[in-house]
Design a protein around this ligand. Structure first.
Ligand SMILES: O=c1[nH]cnc2c1ncn2[C@@H]1O[C@H](CO)[C@@H](O)[C@H]1O
Ligand SMILES: [Zn+2]
Length: 359
């Protein structure tokens, strides 16, 4: 098994479960939308603005990383702007070889211009639908609705997710600064979603450790973990190379709880040192249900191809390993089982087969 080239990684079908709509705008689009509404930006041309985002997000702190979203959220306060950002997001993912994506954002952050929550979700869906249609079925995209963990609107957002479940919304999430805002703060929303047979993921174990992961799983019943990197704190590697899992780590692995890992984002917020030192290497070896994601393409200057190729370089992964990540992700998607299976059998497997047979 040889390591794939960057072109092969680009050509391979990829599945993305953790990508923020407001973390993936094209710098040029931000410049144009800001000009329309008179919003002042920290840089005036697209190239320096793109650099400003990656450099400012490179702070080693989640809180400072999140401050950069002030500018992307500011230009997403009217229907046409939101629909444009949503359409371009799907175009960019399709061009990167992504075949299925769940893209999240917090509707409550987009009502400053007077839109209702419903109108925000509709505008995103309009953009997604237009780009999916234009791709001729090459990419399928669903929305995840995020509630901000420091705010108190999670119940409302959960209800919004249920109201839109048959019109493009596949699930729910909470995001924002982790320390001081445990997931149990939103327990009523999670219990409501369970009663509605709805799906949700929780950002946990990124800036804060095991208690956050434990609450997300054992109190809130999260279907998946956003990041979850700190699960590594419950794993001991002994000098003789044997590995011991604590109870929580064992539970996460044994229950096949999907980990939405985002290497570049973790390096920027200080949750990991480098690709090579990222816990994803050990977690993959231990057969946790690991998936590879972008988190915020703008703030990290990244793409699915870049994240996966970074892992190839760090861990010598083969196309078979990348297929494993991709099938893990597709199995963990909040899409009906038959639709997941169809994408695995008709798109992912043949796509990798074609690349592997060329080798
Ligand atoms: O890695 C992350 N951890 C926690 N919160 C995040 C992360 N990336 C983005 N957001 C937050 O999610 C909101 C909705 O998309 C963004 O506005 C940002 O505040
Ligand atoms: Zn995230």
């Amino acid at each position: 098994m040889s390591t794939p080239t960057r072109d092969q990684v680009h050509a391979a079908p990829k599945v993305l479960l953790h990508d923020h709509l407001d973390g993936g705008l094209r710098p040029q689009t931000i410049v144009e939308l800001a000009a329309e509404i008179g919003h002042e930006l920290p840089a005036s041309d697209a190239e320096s603005l793109g650099r400003w985002f990656t450099e400012s997000a490179d702070s080693g702190s989640l809180v400072r990383y999140l401050e950069t979203f002030d500018h992307t959220v500011a230009v997403m306060q009217n229907g046409p702007a939101i629909a444009r950002v949503a359409r371009e997001c799907v175009e960019d993912l399709a061009a990167d070889g992504v075949v299925y994506a769940e893209v999240r954002y917090a509707p409550e952050q987009h009502v400053e211009g007077g839109m209702t929550l419903d109108e925000v979700v509709a505008a995103v869906q309009e953009g997604f639908d237009a780009a999916m249609a234009a791709s001729g079925g090459r990419i399928v995209v669903r929305q995840l609705l995020t509630a901000m963990r420091h705010q108190a609107r999670s119940m409302e957002i959960a209800e919004l997710a249920v109201a839109w479940r048959d019109r493009g919304v596949a699930g729910f999430d909470i995001a924002g600064a982790e320390a001081g805002f445990p997931p149990t703060r939103h327990l009523d929303a999670f219990e409501y979603l369970q009663r509605e047979n709805a799906h949700f993921t929780i950002h946990a174990g990124e800036a804060f450790g095991l208690p956050s992961i434990w609450e997300a799983i054992q109190w809130c019943s999260a279907d998946r973990l956003g990041h979850g990197v700190r699960i590594i704190d419950d794993i001991t590697v002994h000098d003789d190379g044997t590995v011991e899992l604590g109870r929580l780590a064992a539970y996460v692995r044994d229950q096949r709880i999907p980990l939405e890992m985002c290497p570049s984002s973790n390096i920027q917020t200080g949750a990991a040192e480098s690709f090579a030192e990222h816990p994803i290497g050990l977690l993959t070896k231990l057969r946790f249900r690991v998936t590879v994601n972008t988190d915020n393409r703008l703030m990290s200057g990244t793409s699915m191809t870049r994240e996966m190729f970074g892992l190839v370089e760090a861990f010598d992964y083969s196309l078979e390993d990348l297929r494993w990540f991709t099938i893990n992700a597709m199995k963990s998607a909040f899409l009906p089982f038959d639709e997941r299976l169809a994408i695995i059998d008709e798109v992912v497997k043949p796509g990798y087969e074609a690349l592997i047979s060329q080798r």
